[in-house]
Design a protein around this ligand. Structure first.
Ligand SMILES: NC(=O)c1ccc[n+]([C@@H]2O[C@H](COP(=O)([O-])OP(=O)(O)OC[C@H]3O[C@@H](n4cnc5c(N)ncnc54)[C@H](OP(=O)(O)O)[C@@H]3O)[C@@H](O)[C@H]2O)c1
Length: 228
C-alpha cells in the first residue's frame, strides 16, 4: 500500500531559498503549502496539483491568525519558516536607524517564533518545525564581525528557538535551526558560494533524515552541527 505524501508548510516562498525549497519538496513527492506576501510569478510557475499557494506577512499577527484559520483542516510534517530580511546588513549597528534595526529583529527573530507558536497545533506527530537561521547567528563562530544587526537577529532567533523547544519539551517537539550555506539569492548576492539548487537539496536531505527527532538542533545544509 502506498504511504500518504508528507505535507509541508513553507513560509516565505516567493523567491530565493523558500521558492527552491517548495520546488524541491514537490519534486520529492511532498504536498506543499507555500506562502508569499504579494503575488509571486515564480511561485505561480511551480504548477502542481500538490501545491497550494497562500498569502501572509509574518510580521502581521492578524494575517498569521487568518492563515491559521484558512488552513484549519491541515496538519504538517514540516513547518519551515524561511522568511527573513537583511536590511542595511553592511552597516555597523550604530549607523542603522533604530526603527530599521528593530524591524530586522522583529522579522528575523520575533515573527518566526510567534508563527511557530501559532502553528504548533498543526504539526503532525513525527513532524518538525524548521527555522531558517544563519551561521552568522553563532556567537561562538563570530571571528570576523560584520553584518552586525543581522547577526544579532539570527543569534536571537537561535536563543528563542531553544527556549521554544524547552517550553514544549513535554510534547517532544522537534526544532531544526538550519543554515543554508552562503547562497546566490537576492540576499546572498552573486558572489556567494552555492547555487539555490545545491543548498535546498542539502537542506531537504537534512530535514528528511531528522524529521520528528525531539530537541533543538543547529545544523547546516550538509547536516553538520554548528557551535552556538
Ligand atoms: N542567501 C544566503 O546566503 C543566506 C544565508 C544564511 C541565511 N539565509 C536566510 O535564508 C532565508 C531566505 O533568504 P534568501 O537568501 O532566500 O533571501 P531573499 O531572496 O531575499 O528572500 C527572502 C524571502 O523572505 C520573504 N520575507 C521577508 N520578509 C517577510 C515577511 N515579513 N513575511 C513574509 N515573508 C517575508 C521574502 O518575501 P518578499 O518576496 O515578499 O519580499 C522572500 O520570499 C532568510 O531567513 C535568510 O536570512 C540566507
Amino acid at each position: 500500500m502506498a504511504t500518504a505524501a508528507k505535507n509541508a508548510l513553507i513560509v516565505g516562498a516567493s523567491r530565493g531559498l523558500g521558492l527552491g525549497l517548495a520546488d524541491t519538496f514537490l519534486k520529492r513527492g511532498w504536498r506543499v503549502t507555500a506562502t508569499q506576501r504579494t503575488p509571486s510569478p515564480e511561485l505561480a510557475a511551480l504548477v502542481s496539483e500538490a501545491l497550494t499557494v497562500e498569502t501572509v506577512d509574518i510580521d502581521d499577527d492578524a494575517a498569521v491568525a487568518a492563515l491559521h484559520g484558512r488552513l484549519e483542516s491541515q496538519t504538517y510534517d514540516l513547518v519551515f519558516v524561511v522568511a527573513g530580511v537583511a536590511t542595511r546588513a553592511h552597516d555597523p549597528l550604530h549607523a542603522v536607524p533604530r526603527a530599521v534595526a528593530a524591524q530586522v529583529y522583529l522579522t528575523n527573530a520575533i515573527s518566526p517564533i510567534r508563527f511557530a507558536e501559532a502553528f504548533r497545533d498543526r504539526l503532525a506527530p513525527g513532524g518538525s518545525l524548521a527555522l531558517m537561521t544563519s551561521i552568522l547567528g553563532s556567537v561562538a563562530l563570530n571571528d570576523e564581525g560584520g553584518w552586525e544587526n543581522y547577526r544579532a537577529s539570527k543569534a536571537a532567533l537561535n536563543t528563542l528557538a531553544r527556549s521554544f523547544e524547552i517550553r514544549h519539551r513535554d510534547a517532544n517537539v522537534s526544532v531544526l535551526l538550519v543554515h543554508p550555506g552562503w547562497v546566490r539569492t537576492e540576499m546572498g548576492g552573486p558572489e556567494a558560494d552555492l547555487d539555490v539548487a545545491t543548498s535546498v537539496a542539502g537542506m531537504a536531505d537534512v530535514i528528511e533524515a531528522r524529521l520528528g527527532r525531539p530537541g533543538c538542533a543547529y545544523v547546516d545544509y550538509r547536516g553538520t552541527t554548528l557551535d552556538w
